[in-house]
Design a protein around this ligand. Sequence first.
Ligand code: FCB
Length: 477
Amino acid sequence: MALITERKFLGFPEGFLWGAATSHFQIEGHPEELSHKLSDWSQWTATAGKIADASTADLACQFFERFGADMEICRDLNLNAFRISLNWPILCPVAPKPGQPLVLDPKGVTYYRELLASLKADGVTTFVTIFHFTLPHWLSAKGGWNNPESVSDFASFAEQAAIAFGDLVDFWLTLNEPLAYVYQGYVSGLWPPGNKHDYLGAFTSIRYMLEGHALAYKVIHNQRPGARVSFAMHWRPFVPKTRWNPFDCMVTYFRNYVFNRMFPQAVQLGELSFPYPISENGAVKALSGPILGLKGTQDYIAVNYYTRELSCFKFKWPIDIFGVASDKPEYEVNCLGWENFPDGFYQTLVNDLKPFKYNLDGSLRPIYVTENGFPTAFNADMAEGDWSLTDDLRVNYLITHLHALHRAINDGANVKGYLYWSLLDNFEWAEGLKARFGLVRITYPTQERTLRKSAHVYANIAKKNGILSGSMVENEI
Ligand code: FCB
């Protein structure tokens, strides 16, 4: 008991948002998308060998049918913010006619309007991502983000989404983690389109995603002048494995530039610049340079933070600009091999995001943490439903990261909200159902929802709008 009384209450700013983040493909289990294979991802999961545990997202969390009950869970957890993403393949199952705007499927519109309206009825602030990794099949079939038409297709979708849902959306995110997307799709090849070491494909996608973002920003604002629009960046600080090794430092610099800074810097300055000497390549040069309407198209900063990565130079590893993640982490790692490094969260918020701190008019941009979370492994020898609800590792991750966040705010970071990834266990892309991030355990295949210890801890933090100092996690409940 003595410990509890000695601990300090660390309050968050008034009106702080406490929420959870999700994405459509990982939770919805949309029957039409899956039965008609309407997206690149539904086709990908149906292909042997693409998903680590051979699972599919065919059912996922059946959120499409069960969202009403899941919204009650949000209420029980005292959450006042929620992030969803739009299922582009479902909303636009057929290609637009040339020169015509995209037409949204009315059933899809009804579903999202009901979902968003139920959130608004509960007083929940809504974050809506327009592109969270899945493409309609008709677009992936013509080259996805490598096709210049993706720019107008995306902007047209964004415009229709603003018309259909704009009254129910508080924060728009045009794109989720563009660099994570292009890395997995065009460099590692673990996600669709499955291209390996296709750097030109990756850089081309970056260019068109920037153009698509700029246009989407404009059309959303045209429809709803007061809209708040941004994109979610995955910020993963790279750190040299050996500080005195100039090669480790060099690859770390490149990786930080390309993965973290290049995209937001392009948005800030209105111009895409690749690092030297890559920039000297003729094809890359053609992708560089100013982008019309891009400058300053970020009304707030949306950042996803999970971990940092120690980088070592490896000549035989051109894949990551000759940098490879160290196999000797310095801190505890989770089941995906990610270091638990809350200080990186603090550094990101306080230092790394500084260049993007101000809008063009000099006003301060608010920051929202649109993802942060911890996976636990569901291994083949475990039984669904019997799996322990005492997820102390997740509780520890949550608490240490919220302490870092509190420190960051005290030290000047303008953070206004935090969305935990994720409310429910869900389909984790190429990892399938092996890595589970939920505050709430899903028992497959019954779909039973059970709150984990972390859910109770988080609900309490949200209710009090603060957290206790110290690390004795048991006392947080
Ligand atoms: C992020 C993705 C999200 C989820 C988490 C674990 O990179 O945006 O969909 O997969 O990682």
